[in-house]
Design a protein around this ligand. Sequence first.
Ligand SMILES: [Fe+2]
Length: 354
Amino acid sequence: MSAAATPREPAIRTWDGAEDGLPLVVEAVARSADALRSWIASHHEWVQDRLLAHGAILFRGFEVFDAPAFERVARAVDDHLQNEYLGTSPRNALTDYVFTASELPPFYPIPQHCEMSFTAHPPHKLFFCCLVEPAAGSGETPLADFRKVLRALDPELVKRFEEKGLRIVRNYSGPGGGGRFDLWKLKRWDEMFLTTDRAAVEAKCRAEGFEPVWTAGGGLRLVSTQPIVRRHPITGEPVWHNHSTTFHVSQAAGEYARIQRLRPSLRHFALWQLARALGALQRRKPADERAMHCTWADGSEIPDADMEAVRDAVWQHLVIVPWRRGDVVAIDNFAVAHGRLPYRGPRNIAVAWA
Ligand SMILES: [Fe+2]
């Protein structure tokens, strides 16, 4: 083994200095991606243990500069990478198991969520890698410990969500389904399921607990329910583990309002007002015809005040770490959520999951 493959022990700290801080930062200087992979392999138990405790680990200062190197590092943490993506973000494949994190427009904020929490079997771990770092003060992938968010929420609100249940509606366009610009428009269903075979799509929907409805114009509506709180599969800790803040019609305006408070600018103010106006238009459509939305399980609307309370708790726990090229973040997807702040200019963040 070459000297370069046996790095000195990296510096280890938490981002905020707290004992249980998020994320735990494992930092080296100008070390190769292979050295990081070897270090993780030889500290495998420690990495798993710390990931459980902190919820996320940031490996910083290593030269993880392309998708294949990222895939090798991710596999050192968990070799069971998956490549079936049933979420809403458009993504491009970089390797068989590494994708661009999201091709949603850069100005669009992605609210905090645990990856694919609305599926029957959400990923256990999620990995991000910064291939091209965004301009300072933009394009971060904030994290939030959803175990702490659950503890911070009013127990009455949690009880209300659990008793009433969540119903999610997503409307996907079909093959050849271009159509007019819509801020909320999701990708096409054939892109999501990687097939145009409707029977195959229906079989997959059954496996995931989605009710498929073929709509006029070749579109597909997916209706599903999901738990509000899940137990961590290893520690048994309860976690706020649902996509309500991502799918609710209030999400874009709710996010922009907070982004404007965080980073006041005319641009953010204008986007906030635009999101409010477009949100008002969406609300005039029946719930099932909106691009995406969630209601209580009986189809009645969740009060905006409840969604605001959830967003407040999430934002109080937001940890915003600026990206540096080569950063790899490993996330316990049953403990910690992620999102994206708006940006302009170049940015390339890759994702993988296990
Ligand atoms: Fe995500």
